[in-house]
Design a protein around this ligand. Structure first.
Ligand SMILES: NC(=O)c1ccc[n+]([C@@H]2O[C@H](COP(=O)([O-])OP(=O)(O)OC[C@H]3O[C@@H](n4cnc5c(N)ncnc54)[C@H](O)[C@@H]3O)[C@@H](O)[C@H]2O)c1
Length: 256
């Protein structure tokens, strides 16, 4: 659901294409589910179905990791979890700051899924002085005045922006100047960043608009099918025994 804007080339330095990198979290999520259920091995077909990916694509993706599975047995779930986590850099802890602790920022701060995936929320930052010191998700909100200090003291390289759109570029510039090199942007605006800084944009309304497009197309197709059905001339009854078939009007024996 994230749409990426990145300054990296389409193929990463270690030869793993960006499209493969984008699918690794899907495999990891499916594998984590299997691991939690203590499933020891999984076939490429099963894993592909669980991740919502084509199995040939999955095998090709895993070949970049040097993982080929064992014929008749499949892939070792735990080892694959380790391999993908290592490839994504999740075997280390990533401190993250969230800037803009309104409705969305607070919801993100309260989301337990970051920590379980190796992302530690190191600080919550907001420009509203009235929020400073107030606890959200068990942490005191800190004022933007201290943004640079917080980034440097916590060695933060990933920043999450959940401010209004009008403030996002300025927040982004400060994060980048303070040393952040990856940004997850929830604000509905396009951010400009220097070379070497990765930006991922999440916009649920864009996802909904895409679904609306498909809904509209489905409705159009249904209308066309209904129109075509209405236009069909009833079949001519076969000359012959005059008996009706099991479908009522249809003759039991269709004319050649
Ligand atoms: N991507 C999505 O799918 C999605 C979904 C919901 C909201 N949003 C966007 O997320 C953003 C936040 O939405 P919300 O409903 O939480 O808004 P909100 O008004 O509840 O919260 C915004 C917070 O940002 C703070 N803020 C404002 N300027 C700031 C600055 N310069 N530095 C630091 N903090 C600052 C405010 O004090 C406030 O606490 C909006 O841009 C909204 O459009 C995106």
């Amino acid at each position: 659901m994230a749409t990426g804007r990145t300054h990296r080339p389409a193929t990463r330095s270690r030869g793993i294409p960006e499209a493969t990198v984008a699918r690794l979290p899907l495999y990891l999520r499916a594998l984590t589910g299997l691991s939690e259920r203590s499933v020891p091995t999984v076939s490429s077909e099963e894993l592909a179905a669980a991740a919502g990916v084509n199995s040939a694509k999955l095998r090709k993706d895993f070949s970049y990791l040097g993982s080929y599975g064992t014929r008749g047995v499949g892939y070792d779930v735990e080892y694959l979890v380790y391999q993908i986590s290592r490839e994504l850099g999740l075997t280390q802890d990533w401190p993250v700051v969230i800037v803009g602790i309104g409705n969305l920022g607070a919801a993100l701060a309260n989301y337990g899924g970051f920590a379980s995936r190796g992302f530690r929320v190191a600080a919550l930052i907001d420009a509203d002085p009235a929020m400073a010191g107030k606890p959200v998700a068990g942490m005191p909100v800190q004022h933007t005045d201290d943004l640079e200090k917080i980034i440097s003291e916590n060695g933060v390289s990933i920043g999450v922006i959940a401010t209004p759109a009008g403030a996002a570029q300025q927040v982004c510039d400060r994060l980048v100047a303070a040393g952040v090199t990856s940004i997850l942007n929830f604000a509905p605006t396009v951010l400009s960043v220097p070379e070497g800084v990765d930006v991922r944009k999440v916009d649920l309304s864009i996802e909904l608009q895409i679904l609306a497009f498909h809904e509209q197309r489905k409705a159009g197709e249904e209308a066309a099918v209904a129109e075509a059905a209405a236009a069909v001339v009833p079949p001519v009854r076969a000359a012959g025994n005059g008996r009706k078939g099991p479908d009522g009007d249809m003759p039991a024996v269709m004319p050649a």
